[in-house]
Design a protein around this ligand. Structure first.
Ligand code: URA
Length: 264
């Protein structure tokens, strides 16, 4: 009979934040659904799933070679936010209440990239303030991160792949992602994070230039075109609908923490 794994305090904090219950031995893994982060669920509750826990992921594989960074903008933070707020580069500007540039410290050791503002973000002008944002904040807190932290080590900048809310929270289209990409690359430059956490397929698509399924992208360390490490995981809105995948998200966050710790 095998014995339960021994979790570190950090791993236990992440498990608790994700609502994952410790369990041993392992059950069969549930079949993987294709993640679709939008629309956000109505419920504010972050349900606690009763799924089991697997041991931490294996060490990160060797990183692939970086491509040259696709940069265009040289604006400072203030100029960039002003440009985003005034942007009319795609049709999303027609339906927005306001553009949502990002929140957090600049620079910051961590950066989160999500998909697009939803209704509450469009109203408040800040990313991830709805139900998915509550789960995101809990995940970040378990990692020791806080969007409003003043202590440099805890700082994280949060942005989206597109800065304006798509109608009825539909997924952003390719031309909308392309129009917003220079803003995102400039944000990454200004934040200068040690590692980027990529939440959901749309953010992965725009940052990594791939159409691969999220299940194939998670669980390993990628390189952004500027050489920065990035870890892809499930979007919090998807996790609210599919809590059985919180365990895999927890593994991805552990991978991100381990990768950041190992950086020079
Ligand atoms: N989902 C996102 O991807 N971003 C937000 O800001 C809110 C919900």
């Amino acid at each position: 009979m095998s014995t339960p794994p021994r979790w570190t305090d950090r791993q236990l904090a992440l498990l608790a934040a994700l609502g994952v219950r410790d369990w041993w031995p392992l059950p069969p893994t549930a079949p993987e659904a294709e993640p679709q982060p939008k629309p956000e669920p109505q419920s504010e509750a972050v349900a606690a799933p009763a799924e089991a826990v697997r041991p931490p992921p294996p060490p990160a594989p060797a990183l692939p070679q970086a491509e040259p960074a696709p940069l265009a903008l040289t604006l400072d933070a203030e100029g960039l936010n002003a440009a985003i707020r005034a942007c009319r580069a795609c049709g999303l500007c027609e339906g927005r209440r306001q553009a949502v540039p990002g929140v957090g410290a600049l620079p910051a050791p961590w950066m989160v990239v999500g998909e697009a503002p939803g209704e509450q973000e469009d109203a408040q002008g800040e990313p991830f303030v709805g139900p998915a944002g509550q789960l995101l904040d809990a995940m970040l807190a378990a990692m020791g991160l806080d969007r409003r932290a003043t202590e440099p080590a805890k700082q994280v900048y949060i942005a989206n792949a597109v800065k304006c809310r798509p109608p009825r929270n539909r997924a952003p289209e390719a031309d909308e992602l392309a129009a917003c990409r220079p803003y995102l690359w400039r944000q990454i430059e200004l934040v200068n994070p040690r590692l980027v956490l990529v939440f959901g397929k749309v953010a992965a698509q725009t940052l990594l230039g791939t159409d691969e399924a999220l299940g194939k992208l998670r669980g390993r360390v990628h390189r952004l075109p500027d050489g920065r490490p990035a870890v892809v995981t499930y979007h919090p809105a998807y996790l609210l609908r599919q809590p059985q995948d919180k365990l895999k998200a927890w593994e991805d966050l552990c991978l991100a923490l381990d990768t950041a710790e190992a950086l020079p």
